[in-house]
Design a protein around this ligand. Structure first.
Ligand code: ADP
Length: 450
């Protein structure tokens, strides 16, 4: 099965790209959430101030003088009780007040929501010295606005301002001020912003852990491969000697039938052993820190597949399996590739299809042009691969339980080698398999534009 996580985690560039994408989108999302929550909260505050302003009768404010005399004024008392009520139900709101403007442009309080006994109470007419330009603007433009964080003698506030306009004169008679604690607002915004920031950190951590695990697994495979390849080199020469001696022995004319059978069996075992040693050496040639070099030449894929099929005819016959070559594309189908390595890839896959097939079945080799790439497939009707094993069999040194039980020998390195070589050619390899039904292994190789 084509496993994209291997590409992502094992290729340095893919990994860097993944980290960059997570980082940049994480920051963008965090900034977006910050500004969204900030705007939403301030918007709600401003709407609240405007609702209060529209609920206040301008003529009631016009009755006020903006001096301590107002304390006895019924309009003052009505407005005071209204503001107190609003402040008591809005738990985030610290002060609600009405301001006025002197002829000289200074800002003063008409009435506030504080109890007269409170230390924070502002009597009517008290000058609001810390009022900033936004208060002046509210009177000048008649438009609501938001200011802050600004500090005054009572604390640091975000303030929503909403002018009260006299409908008859169209003049701003007062401005409603609604104060919320600036640090409370910041805390609320930051708490909400933490969610995307934490998700980003979590994704970054997962990507880094994934890459570490993948690198560790790869290093294990490399270490094993290095070790086994040294041992395998030492085994190949004596094994060649044994095979040569067996060939000579089988030519003798005075052998009894049991002796002939025995020699044939030893030859099969020696050939299996040679196959395993070759798998190990192939795998070790694509493992390790050194870069695997491809010897590129023009390779006719159809011809190469036919050669590979011919070479496996005998093995197929011995297992009672028929190799069927399906219709291949007409005309030239050459690509630049490493012929020897590609041949070993196709041989490994075909040999799997044959050895994991049951007698009397067939193995189909198909080859087609799928828009910009050659796609080769090897289909068998054998033991299949359990779903849970499919992601692991390209990882090296892995054999599915049903393959081990079947009595067929193997190293678990053939597909590992195949994947490395196919990817070096810029292609991909994957499979579809149903346990007990059969397997199709696909190889896709890009067609280079010359
Ligand atoms: P092996 O030498 O064990 O065949 P490979 O790397 O070629 O090693 O394959 C790895 C494992 O994948 C095999 O051990 C087997 O479990 C499974 N496998 C590969 N090809 C097939 C197939 N055509 N049918 C069933 N199982 C397969």
């Amino acid at each position: 099965m084509f496993n994209p996580t291997n590409i992502i985690f094992r290729s340095r560039w893919f990994f860097m790209l993944l980290i960059a994408v997570i980082f940049i989108s994480g920051i963008a999302l965090t900034i977006y959430v910050y500004s969204f929550v900030n705007q939403t909260n301030l918007g709600a505050l401003s709407r609240g101030a405007q609702t209060i302003a529209s609920s206040i009768d301008a003529s009631e404010v016009a009755n006020l003088k903006g001096t301590e005399e107002d304390l006895e004024n019924p309009s003052y008392l009505t407005l005071k009780s209204k503001l107190k009520k609003i402040q008591s139900v809005e738990k985030d709101v610290r002060f609600v007040y009405l301001t006025g403007q002197t002829e000289a442009g200074g800002i003063f309080f008409y009435v506030d929501s504080e109890d007269p006994l409170s230390a924070d109470y502002s009597p009517p007419g008290q000058t609001y010295e810390e009022a900033d330009q936004s208060f002046v603007d509210a009177f000048a433009t008649g438009k609501p606005n938001i200011t802050g964080p600004t500090s005054d003698r009572w604390g640091t506030w975000i303030t929503a301002l909403a002018p009260i306009v006299d409908p008859e004169t169209n003049k701003v008679v007062s401005t409603v001020g609604v104060d919320i604690d600036a640090s409370g607002h910041q805390r609320y915004v930051l708490t909400n912003t933490m969610i995307p920031a934490l998700i980003t950190l979590l994704l970054l951590a997962l990507a880094i852990i994934g890459q570490r695990i993948s690198r560790h697994e790869q290093q294990m495979v490399e270490l094993k491969s290095e070790f086994v390849s040294i041992a395998s080199h030492e085994l190949r020469s004596p094994l060649n000697g044994i095979t040569w001696a067996l060939d000579n022995m089988s030519k003798a004319t005075n052998l009894t039938p049991p002796q002939t059978n025995m020699i044939a069996e030893i030859k099969t075992t020696a050939s299996n052993l040679m196959g395993n040693i070759n798998d190990i050496l192939n795998a070790s040639s694509v493992t390790g820190n050194r870069q695997t070099k491809l010897m590129l030449e023009e390779v006719d894929i159809a011809r190469l597949l036919k050669i590979v099929a011919e070479q496996q005819l005998l093995a197929a016959k011995e297992r009672g399996v028929e190799i069927v070559i399906e219709k291949f594309p007409i005309g030239s189908n050459a690509i630049k590739a490493d012929k020897e390595k590609l041949k070993r890839v196709f041989s490994n896959i075909l040999s799997n299809s044959i050895k994991y097939s049951s007698s009397g079945s067939s193995v189909e080799i198909a080859f087609q042009n799928v828009g910009g790439a050659y796609q080769i497939s090897f289909t068998d009707h054998g033991i299949g691969i359990p779903t849970k094993d499919q992601a692991k069999i390209f990882g090296g040194y892995y054999r599915a339980a049903n393959a081990q039980k079947s009595g067929v020998t193997g190293t678990g390195l053939g597909l590992y080698f195949a994947q490395k070589i196919v990817e070096l050619h810029g292609g991909k390899i994957w499979l579809k398999s149903d346990e007990g039904q059969g397997t199709t292994v696909f190889v896709q190789l890009p067609i280079q534009k010359s």
